[in-house]
Design a protein around this ligand. Structure first.
Ligand code: AMP
Ligand code: MN
Ligand code: MN
Ligand code: MN
Length: 277
């Protein structure tokens, strides 16, 4: 079995269509694929028939102690009213946030980039990467990473987080819909060990069941720490590339270390895979 349980399409901030993603997954020898677009499940409407086992998924934006935290929902019933209502309010929050990002950047002396970012997003759910591209196209940043460093990253003008719901709320949507809530890329938040434990404790108390022990091409010492953390809190372990596009070499589809021995893979708790159709 070769799973990749964290991937994106052009229905959020990735570049491949669902069909292209599935084709690439087959090329890379993946057997189980979860598409986990940011706050949308639209990709599941455009899936081709395939031999690949598709596991329904989503990546939801939340807020915990004013920090933006991502929770991946796996093997959930995407047609359940709880997740449907959740997606609806996340879409509203993203739109509101995008308008605010546009206004905040305008205060820094640029034109309002909301229309440009909207156009770049196309059918995809709008997010900061679309603003990053707009900033590059309008000559305000030399590349996406410079745009994040100066305007959109943690604590910068375009980092608007207050629109996101609580961790608890989001975990409820996932669990109500029969899914497993996974704390996404725990090492990305740059928390101290103490703070990370606090987050994990709150995540468990809210009904979270798994930790993303492997995310992309991650350092072995990080994986080891996260494996320990998952076992300490009796959380199962998930793994995924966080693939967005073929240019991001460090997060190629299916390219990540296997889960370390001693953790409980998240799929062990699934008796069946929920159909998405
Ligand atoms: P959002 O979901 O709108 O808050 O945007 C967050 C997304 O931006 C992440 O899922 C990444 O895909 C992307 N991202 C975050 N940091 C960077 C960066 N430094 N350079 C390029 N993309 C980034
Ligand atoms: Mn993303
Ligand atoms: Mn994420
Ligand atoms: Mn992701």
């Amino acid at each position: 079995m070769r799973p990749d349980l964290h991937t994106h399409t052009n229905l959020s901030d990735g570049s491949l269509s669902p069909a292209e993603l599935v084709e690439r997954a087959l090329e890379k020898g993946i057997t189980h694929l979860a598409i986990t677009d940011h706050d949308t499940a639209k990709a599941y409407r455009f899936l081709p028939t395939t031999d690949l086992t598709i596991i329904p998924g989503i990546e939801l934006s939340t807020r915990w102690m004013k920090i933006g935290i991502h929770v991946v929902g796996l093997n959930l019933d995407l047609s359940h009213p709880a997740i449907q209502a959740g997606i609806e309010s996340q879409q509203q929050a993203r739109l509101e946030r995008a308008e605010q990002i546009g206004m905040r950047l305008k205060k820094l002396g640029m034109p309002n980039l909301f229309p440009a970012a909207t156009q770049i997003a196309g059918d995809g759910t709008i997010g900061r990467p679309h603003f990053a591209r707009a900033l590059v196209e309008h000559g305000h940043s030399k590349d996406m990473s410079a745009a994040f460093r100066k305007y959109l990253g943690n604590g910068k003008a375009g980092d608007v987080r207050h629109v996101w719901p609580s961790l608890t709320k989001v975990i409820h949507w996932i669990r109500e819909s029969g899914g497993t809530a996974v704390l996404a890329h725990p090492a990305h938040y740059k928390l101290t060990a103490t703070k990370l434990r606090e987050l994990v404790l709150d995540f468990c108390a809210a009904g979270g069941e798994a930790l993303e022990v492997v995310n992309g091409s991650q350092r072995p010492d990080v994986t080891k720490k996260l494996a320990e953390l998952s076992n300490d809190h009796e959380l199962s372990a998930s793994c995924g590339s966080d693939f967005h596009n073929p240019d991001r070499r460090w997060s190629e589809l299916g390219q990540f270390p296997t889960l370390p021995a001693g953790v409980t893979p998240v799929w062990k708790q699934w008796n069946t895979i929920t159909p998405f159709a």
